[in-house]
Ligand binder design. Structure first.
Ligand SMILES: *[C@@H]1O[C@H](CO)[C@@H](O)[C@H](O)[C@H]1NC(C)=O
Length: 516
């Protein structure tokens, strides 16, 4: 009888047992915290205990959630770089990955100076079942998995690029995939050569920099790991040792490429389950818009208020020529607004896009915005500024749901033309609906999938069965260059042997002739 109860209790404890999961999302950008917050929400709902390294902690966290406050990380990277004015004036080329990589290396170095983080890492009572780290142009975060001796899971904010896939499997073939920093999307001969060059350049940078990175890795984590009485592994052993990569991506926003078994698309997991209602005043404006609503937002990192004033005025004048209502997400209001334009510092974007009156979204083409638009099935005008935004917008254009406009002093006329085209030509609307069906028709919601795969990694001790067979095969073996070498040597041997045989016969016959 006692045994029976004991068994019941063990069963019950087992069912209730949640895993302890560490989330490392230290980047001080709003869209990156949206990604981290999504993990938190789904993991808590599934009953797990979450520790969240974030620059954006909130008051009174829910039960089972603990913050490691790294808000000082805002000092570690200059977010002023991501400014509309700076980018317009071409003060910096944000498309050059070899310029970005040292920035993020410095970021990690600076992050480790934060006291709260040091205290946490050096606390030997801390234990975790899995560690999720956001990848952004650096693999230095992988050391968290070494410290806690737990499986490493990468979170990638972008479509699967050659850089993240080479950590799990192998490089993408640049003949049919575009480098995610590329401003163009075409595969002519010269483009393919250029793509190969861009990938090669970054590879060279990584190779030339690897000793320095290894040093930094050991300097950051070495003392902490030593305190736990373990030997510090090499950086390469750790960064290529992830069990899983969860990507904020989807086949509908990306291209049909082969992926390793441990890369999982979970794009859309940040969606709210129920769209929050629009604020009262905005709801009235949208409900009563006689000709539909155009929504204009540059996302959360780029501040639209940094658009030069004269250009803002020109944008307003241009909007006033349309009969549609315009809602512009802008941090500061502007006096003398045209009748059909409304400004709001905060817009529940998912709800507004889903509203039947919303007919067009003018966006910077960030992946989060793009995924939200796909779900709602609305056409887009993309105004890309940096990183993968060009690629996202270019693909949306290729799929027939978008037009791309480049932002500079002369943006008004092309933008006006693009708005007209999308409002008057029903094909954009039609394609957006089709893509929305492709996107929304899935077996389980991405948030559920995310939880499932993290649990799977924990249950299977790091999911070794999902790892790619290609990961540890040298590039020359994959290209059969060793076989080529053997064939070349064999050919040379045959050539040499036949040559000496030939001379031998020649000499022999000559001698015979002489004898006669
Ligand atoms: C690699 O990952 C496995 C599974 O999580 C883990 O057991 C192992 O210690 C890791 N090795 C290194 C060097 O990080």
């Amino acid at each position: 009888m006692v045994l029976k109860y004991l068994l019941l209790i063990i069963l019950f404890v087992n069912i209730c047992y949640g895993y302890k999961i560490l989330l490392v999302f230290p980047l001080p950008g709003r869209s990156h915290s949206i990604l981290g917050d999504g993990y938190v929400r789904h993991l808590l709902n599934a009953g797990h205990e979450v520790t969240y390294v974030t620059p954006f902690p909130t008051e009174n966290p829910p039960k089972n959630l603990r913050y490691i406050d790294v808000s000082e990380s805002s000092k570690c990277v200059n977010m002023g770089t991501f400014d509309i004015k700076v980018i317009m004036d071409k003060q910096i080329n944000l498309q050059d990955q070899t310029l970005l990589m040292p920035v993020f290396e410095k970021f990690w170095e600076c992050l480790f100076k934060i006291e709260a983080l040091q205290r946490f890492l050096n606390d030997q009572n801390e234990k975790f079942d899995a560690v999720v780290v956001e990848w952004l142009y650096s693999e230095l975060g992988s050391g968290f998995a070494t410290v806690f001796d737990a499986p490493l899971i990468w979170s990638s904010s972008m479509d699967p690029s050659t850089f993240v896939l080479s950590l799990m499997d192998e490089h993408l073939n640049p003949a049919y995939t575009v480098h995610h920093m590329s401003k163009d999307y075409s595969f002519s001969f010269l483009d393919r050569v250029y793509q190969l060059w861009s990938v090669g350049r970054v590879r060279y940078y990584q190779w030339a920099n690897s000793n320095k990175e290894n040093e930094l890795f050991k300097q950051l984590y070495g003392p902490i790991v030593a305190k736990r009485g373990r030997v510090m592994p090499e950086f390469d052993e750790v960064k290529y040792n992830a069990s899983l990569m969860l990507g904020n991506s989807d086949i509908v926003t990306g291209d049909g490429i082969a992926l390793p078994q441990n890369y999982k698309h979970v794009g859309g997991y940040h969606f709210k389950d129920d769209n929050e209602p629009l604020p009262k005043q905005m709801k009235e404006i949208v409900d009563n818009a006689p000709h539909g609503v155009i929504y204009f937002s540059m996302g959360s990192n780029l501040k639209s208020s940094n658009i030069p004033d004269h250009l803002k005025r020109k944008l307003l004048d241009m909007f006033s020529e349309f009969k549609e209502t315009v809602i512009w997400k802008l941090e500061k209001t502007i006096p003398d607004l045209p009748k059909n334009v409304h400004i709001s510092p905060w817009v529940p974007q998912q709800s507004l896009l889903a509203h039947p009156k919303c007919v067009l979204f003018i966006s910077h083409g960030g992946l989060l915005s793009l995924l939200e638009t796909l779900r709602a099935g609305k056409p887009i005008i993309g105004i890309p500024f940096f990183a993968d935004q060009y690629l996202n917008v270019n693909r949306a254009v290729a799929k027939g749901i978008a037009k791309r406009i480049d932002f500079d002093e002369n943006v008004i006329q092309p933008l006006k033309g693009a708005i007209k085209e999308i409002l008057e030509n029903p094909s954009y609307q039609q394609r957006a609906k089709e893509l929305s069906i492709q996107f929304n028709d899935r077996m389980i919601p991405p948030g559920k999938e995310l939880v499932h795969w993290i649990e799977h990694v924990i249950k299977t001790n790091g999911a070794p069965h999902l790892r790619s067979a290609a990961l540890h095969v040298s590039w020359y073996k994959k290209m059969y260059l060793d076989l080529l070498l053997v064939v070349l040597i064999a050919l040379m041997l045959i050539l040499a042997v036949s040559k000496s045989l030939f001379t031998f016969i020649q000499v022999n016959s000559l001698q015979k002739k002489k004898l006669h």
